[in-house]
Design a protein around this ligand. Structure first.
Ligand code: AMP
Ligand code: MG
Length: 354
């Protein structure tokens, strides 16, 4: 892998004319990688039609090359160039939710190389609403393959500083557009077969999507909070861990009062053993814990706030050197479902009912 002196270009969103992105656009056209903000999380972009650029993305992230990338476009009509046999309901989805945090999977056309889709015959497409992302794609003149701009396995990046932590030396440029608006990755819907399936919950909820695609369902794996049976025999836990802090994260599920007292019991045990313990709390509960470090995600009543802070807080436990992290659950059917999906992966199904 090439080694770079990674540069950061800071964008002032209140005084932005697009020319700040010319260097980034040129790098993308030349097959190089650029990290840039979107409304969901920061993306690590490369030319989606260039197999070498896609290989660079996998290598910079340390990502297994069978995990496909999302292709970012600036015009809705581009989905008909990179996809084929696009069903009519996809146009309805695009009209309702684009630009925005919805990724749509369709069958891929021949111009998309298999390197970009992890060997699959389908392609994931998104038209982001962030104005920096949109302007960068337009100026580059290419379709931009971009997974989240984190090292594989670590929490996604919601600030340029996180991209620098994970990717410094591995890419030439990071565009700093400040903290992202949403903080969770896009909702992914698979429209490539007869059965529309949500493969990843996000800011756009299944109820909203059903207004466009009434028969849409969750892929059962998405909402599972226990490890799928067939996988139990394989490498326990680790295979499923994404977003994971270095310490052991355990999530407790139950009535708030019982969760708090159970977590305090666990803290006492670990502290006796000389361990560094942290709690993933909310504003409502933070004062009730007796841990070394207590990090609040925000108010339980404001799930958008919780979503915005989740990855940043998960990252902060590594800086604190937390060996154990005890966290609370989120239940609501809306964004709570997306938050819980990320937490379940972060803890590798390490959930205890109290
Ligand atoms: P990231 O941008 O890091 O969230 O990674 C992109 C996500 O989109 C991964 O979870 C992929 O598995 C998913 N994805 C991308 N393309 C496809 C596809 N063709 N089929 C299924 N999932 C996909
Ligand atoms: Mg990711």
């Amino acid at each position: 892998m090439d080694s770079y002196n990674t540069k950061i270009i800071k964008i002032n969103r209140t005084d932005f004319d697009g020319s700040e992105l010319d260097e980034a656009a040129r790098l993308l056209r030349n097959g190089e990688l650029v990290a840039f903000p979107t409304e969901t999380v920061y993306g690590l972009g490369g030319n989606a039609l260039d197999p070498e650029a896609s290989k660079k993305i996998y290598s910079a992230k340390g990502r297994p090359s069978d995990n496909p990338l999302i292709v970012h476009i600036a015009e809705k009509a581009d989905i008909y160039k990179i996809g084929r046999e696009v069903p009519e309901s996809v146009q309805t989805l695009m009209d309702m939710f684009w630009p925005g945090p919805l990724t749509i999977i369709v069958k891929k056309s021949d111009i998309i190389p298999k390197e970009t889709t992890g060997g699959l015959d389908t392609v994931a497409v998104r038209l982001p609403s962030d104005e920096i992302a949109g302007e960068l794609i337009r100026r580059s003149g290419v379709y931009v393959a971009a997974p989240s701009a984190n090292a594989s396995g670590r929490p996604s990046t919601t600030r340029a500083e996180h991209c620098f932590e994970d990717l410094a030396g591995k890419i030439p440029l990071i565009i700093d557009g400040g903290p992202v608006k949403i903080g969770l990755e896009s909702t992914i819907i698979d429209m490539s077969s007869d059965k529309p399936l949500i493969l990843r919950p996000g800011y756009i909820t299944i109820d909203e999507i059903r207004r466009a695609v009434p028969d849409c369902e969750f892929d059962p794996v998405v909402i599972a909070t226990a490890k799928p049976e067939s996988m139990v025999a394989k490498a326990p836990g680790m295979k499923y861990r994404h977003y994971a802090p270095k310490g052991e994260l355990i999530i407790f599920r139950g009535e708030p009062d019982r969760v708090i007292s159970r977590i305090n019991e666990e803290i006492a045990v670990k502290k006796k053993g000389g361990k560094r313990v942290a709690v993933l709390a909310t504003e409502e509960s933070r004062d009730f814990y007796q841990a070394d470090f207590i990090k609040s995600l925000g108010r339980r009543t404001d799930e958008e706030e919780i979503a915005r802070h989740l990855f940043e807080v998960l990252r902060s436990f590594d800086e604190l050197g937390a060996e154990y992290i005890f966290g609370e659950c989120f239940f609501s059917p809306g964004i709570g479902q997306a938050i819980m999906n990320r937490l379940v992966k972060a803890c590798g199904y390490n959930i205890i009912d109290v």
